[in-house]
Design a protein around this ligand. Sequence first.
Ligand code: ADP
Ligand code: MG
Length: 249
Amino acid sequence: MTKRKLLKLQKQQDFIEEKGIIYLDNVTKSYSTGSPAINGITLSIYRGEFVFIVGDSGSGKSTLIRLLLRELTATGGHAYVMGQDLAQIKHRNIPKFRRNLGVVFQDFRLLNDRNVYENVAFAQRVVEMTNRDIRRNVPSMLATVGLAGKYKAKTTQLSGGEQQRVALARALVNNPSILLADEPTGNLDPHNSWEIMGLLEEINERGTTVVVVTHNREIVNAMKKRVVAMKKGIIVSDMEEGVYNDEED
Ligand code: ADP
Ligand code: MG
């Protein structure tokens, strides 16, 4: 590695240490109509944290996640992930940037014409892993999410909880630094919701930074994690070992 590259990496690491692995600096996102979905948010999430994002429907939670994924760009302020200013990432470098991020959604978004193994392997093929690595990584990841025996199953034959585990395995198989989950238990029953949250906690304990958008009051209150509450595009509270409060108008 060249000296210049090393220095750049060092600067990036220093930035992450100081400002956070996710750092929003007065970020606004306005869509073409209506009031801003995100309205001047400043937020630092540090390496290794587990953070819940809560708030009523329409408060800007998914917009926030989509900004972090660089699916959307901020209309004001600056957003940084892994020390990179998202507005500066060139189009051709977006896929490489996204390798830092694993993501799961409420509706699983699996490839339903492929089996469980192929859904997870697909994520590895996209980043051009060798077949040898894929054959090692995919079964190990499926075991981690408790699906060791199901790798040949069709995704359509799985329960919701199992489908979300596949999505989680797919999100994690490339070993991202950050996992973003947008209402991952929104379609699950209480038992499966707890199982998925337990897995997220385990993944966090292994070092991945985890950000979870959720409406699940019971789980948020029980897990005693940092809770960032949003309302109408702003952060109304941010508490360590927080609880899910009903904000009064
Ligand atoms: P949440 O995930 O907290 O429910 P969203 O981020 O989805 O909130 O939405 C925040 C606000 O932005 C809402 O008022 C919503 O209607 C609006 N919004 C979301 N997506 C779009 C879009 N693609 N175009 C226009 N407005 C949008
Ligand atoms: Mg949403």
